[in-house]
Design a protein around this ligand. Structure first.
Ligand SMILES: [Zn+2]
Ligand SMILES: [Zn+2]
Length: 388
């Protein structure tokens, strides 16, 4: 096997370490509320407005932020009114200080805890909360949200490198809105600081400190991943219509017996043919074509249903019928069509269940990364973001 050597470029990471508060993440991005209760759980915080220092929030003390009728922030500390503000800043006094937030009236979230600094404004009648957080702390939260809390450390090392590289690649994703990334799966799921028992997450981040994947030119590598590739990875143009180098389809025997290796779903023939005829002018009077559709087989990943000339992308069928992947075959069962599929997700890049199997078999994180990201190598970032 053409196993690439992973080179670690140890660049002096002075600026990276010194610039501790460097990501701007919009938190509670899927939720809307106008009252926020906050408590300093660990450490003291300084409260600033645009004009400067307002007050100190000592450990254990509480703040309440409420939008008033003139769309300003009405601020009280331990019940005492501190003023009306357009923007508030909450600054931690040391690196691991954190706050607890309880959005009042939120349907989704009771409370969350976040490390770092905060910037609060009012946008469209809702509180807009940005978390200015050191990337390595952010990653602990991302890993627990994206990969769960029960994986072995070697797996978290992989996920940490992927998520750190993603953050590095996507710092301008929400630039026009005044922050780097949101906390939803649109960017990376991040639901606050990791406060569980698992040292595997903390050490997985720590032992890969600053490491990202880069291409042969030293540019940051696009690190896609999905839950299970179904035994063969997809190419980017099969899913997004964009052909990226370094992502040719390849077999993966590690994931084919795992939890999400296979799936089945029934769709009524009516729904099936309605979609094909209405969206793609599929000729329902052509018996041969109808039979091909009902008995479509996909041994190797394809981009189009039946034949490319029909122009029916498998990704459109996946979206329309809410299928777990585009890697499926069909068969007629009574008045229904049975989809028999492999894998879960887009199938591009790293396959999480395959990688987990490799970890169980004793393979190291860099060997697994080189299997899924063949052309990539490891590099240490010397600084992440100071060019907003
Ligand atoms: Zn986003
Ligand atoms: Zn796989």
């Amino acid at each position: 096997m053409n196993c690439l050597k992973f080179l670690v470029f140890l660049v002096l990471s002075h600026a990276y370490i010194a610039n501790a508060q460097n990501l701007r993440v919009k938190v509670f991005s899927q939720d809307y509320f106008s009252i926020l209760n906050t408590q300093a759980v660990h450490g003291d915080y300084q409260i600033h407005g645009q004009e400067g220092f307002i007050s100190e929030l000592k450990e254990g003390e509480s703040l309440r932020l409420q939008i008033n009728s003139s769309q300003q922030l009405h601020l009280t500390k331990n019940g005492e009114f501190l003023g009306l503000f357009d923007t508030l800043f909450l600054h931690q006094s040391s690196h691991h200080d954190y706050l607890q937030f309880k959005p009042q009236g939120s349907k989704l979230i009771k409370q969350r805890q976040y490390e770092g600094d905060f910037e609060v404004t009012v946008q469209d009648g809702h509180l807009h909360l940005l978390n200015l957080v050191f990337i390595e702390s952010y990653l602990e939260g991302v890993l627990s949200a994206e990969a769960g809390v029960r994986c072995p450390k070697e797996y978290y090392k992989i996920q940490a490198i992927i998520s750190r590289t993603f953050a590095n690649n996507n710092i301008h994703k929400h630039k026009s809105e005044g922050f780097f990334m949101c906390d939803a799966v649109h960017c990376q799921a991040y639901y606050g600081r990791y406060d569980g028992e698992s040292n595997a997450i903390i050490n997985g981040v720590k032992e890969t400190y600053g490491l990202i994947l880069v291409d042969s030119m030293g540019n940051s590598f696009p690190t896609f991943f999905s839950a299970n590739c179904g035994g063969q990875s997809a190419e980017t143009d099969q899913v997004w219509n964009v052909s990226l180098p370094n992502y040719e389809s390849r077999p993966d025997t590690f994931c084919i017996h795992t939890r999400q290796a296979h799936w089945e779903k029934y769709i009524t023939r009516k729904e099936f043919f309605e979609f094909l005829s209405k969206k793609f002018f599929f000729d329902l009077n052509d018996d041969v074509l109808v039979s091909h559709a009902l008995n479509f087989k996909q041994e190797q990943r394809q981009t189009f249903f039946i034949h490319p000339s029909l122009g029916i992308p498998l990704r459109d069928m996946r979206a329309a019928f809410k299928l777990r992947s585009t890697f499926f075959s069909c068969e007629p069962v009574g008045d229904k069509v049975l989809f028999k599929g492999k894998g879960f997700g887009h199938g591009i890049g790293l396959c999480q269940e395959g990688a987990m199997q490799m970890v169980d078999q004793g393979m190291s994180f860099n060997k697994i990364l080189s299997f899924y990201f063949k052309e990539a190598k490891l590099s240490k970032i010397n600084f992440l973001i100071n060019h907003w």
